[in-house]
Design a protein around this ligand. Structure first.
Ligand SMILES: NC(=O)c1ccc[n+]([C@@H]2O[C@H](COP(=O)([O-])OP(=O)(O)OC[C@H]3O[C@@H](n4cnc5c(N)ncnc54)[C@H](OP(=O)(O)O)[C@@H]3O)[C@@H](O)[C@H]2O)c1
Length: 280
């Protein structure tokens, strides 16, 4: 299998690099090697490398900053994927593109499934939804995987932020009225590898961890688990607060719990995967 990976040095990109089958021929590009917003560069690399599958993990992921950095967020999250979809179509490749739970507004009281209508409440979500639509318009058989609350041993994520802050902070105020499904990036990477080999796979898939929690409950789980190894973490105090009391630039959906109505495949228990992050 010939695979072009974009955003190769982000959290998900690095989780994929750890897991690609040894006999796959891989062209891994960080933003320095391939800026997905540069249409000519995308066309040139795809034409020369002739991948069977393009995996796009490149994205503008700074949710709050996107509110004021709109042009850049839209370029990376919508025009970049559009460039990749066009190059994939023109060269007979499949595209696996990653999207987000933040395409939903969070007003549903049950988990979001693939057929639910997006209605983003922040600009990041809007730019990611625009990316989905542009990809589907050009390459209807593209695979779009929506995921949520990703963590891993790589990059910046909630787990690593909590542990870093715990070195200097004893008390944490963590939002307790937004719910979602933490997802281990290694599980998602494995699912993408499986999808890449499935000739019938197409369209939107939801892929996330198995148990829904609030950010507060997620933080408690992290400190309880890591407290076994690092006793100093047991004295950390985690205080639940409301979204209203935690001022952030971008709105967040209250409910971003997802489920798949298309496949039974789900990430492993995310709390078990936390152990892997700890031992890394
Ligand atoms: N993290 C989450 O909790 C979460 C939740 C739901 C969905 N997602 C989605 O999952 C995917 C992967 O997220 P992640 O956590 O791995 O993100 P990440 O760690 O922020 O990585 C994104 C990568 O994209 C690269 N990039 C940015 N602009 C680019 C450009 N113009 N051309 C090429 N590469 C560019 C960045 O490279 P530079 O650093 O060099 O700019 C970075 O390495 C994204 O589509 C994201 O929207 C993430």
């Amino acid at each position: 299998m010939r695979v072009l990976l974009t955003g190769a040095y982000g959290q998900l990109g690095r989780s994929l690099l750890d897991r690609f089958p040894a006999d796959w021929i891989l062209l891994a590009c960080g933003s320095a090697e391939l800026d997905i917003t540069n249409q000519a560069a995308v066309d040139r690399i795809v034409r020369r490398f002739q991948p069977q599958v393009i995996m796009n993990t490149a994205a503008y992921t700074a949710v709050d900053k996107a509110e004021t950095d709109r042009i850049r967020a839209m370029k990376i999250n919508a025009i970049g994927p559009e460039n990749l979809a066009r190059a994939a179509r023109d060269n007979g490749a499949q595209l696996i593109h990653i999207s987000t739970d933040y395409v939903f507004d969070g007003t549903k009281t049950t988990p979001y499934v693939e057929s639910d209508a997006p209605c983003p409440v922040n600009f990041y979500g809007l730019s990611k939804w625009e990316g989905e639509k542009r990809v589907q318009a050009i390459l209807p058989r593209a695979i779009i995987v929506r995921t949520s609350w990703m963590f891993s041993e790589h990059g910046n994520n909630f787990v690593k932020t909590m542990l870093r802050l715990a070195q200097t902070q004893q008390t944490f105020r963590v939002v307790n009225d937004q719910r979602g499904c933490p997802t281990y990036a290694g599980d998602l990477a494995q699912a993408m590898i499986t999808l890449a080999t499935d000739a019938n796979a197409a369209g939107i898939y939801h892929y996330c961890g198995d148990k829904a929690v609030s950010w507060y409950e997620f933080a408690l789980t992290i400190f309880n688990l890591f407290g076994n190894e690092y006793p100093e973490l047991r004295s950390i105090e985690v205080c639940p607060i409301s979204t209203a009391a935690f001022k952030q630039q971008a709105c967040r959906p209250i409910n971003s719990v997802m489920q798949s109505e298309r496949t039974a495949s789900q990430a492993s228990c995310w709390d078990k995967a936390l152990g892997m992050v700890m031992s890394a």
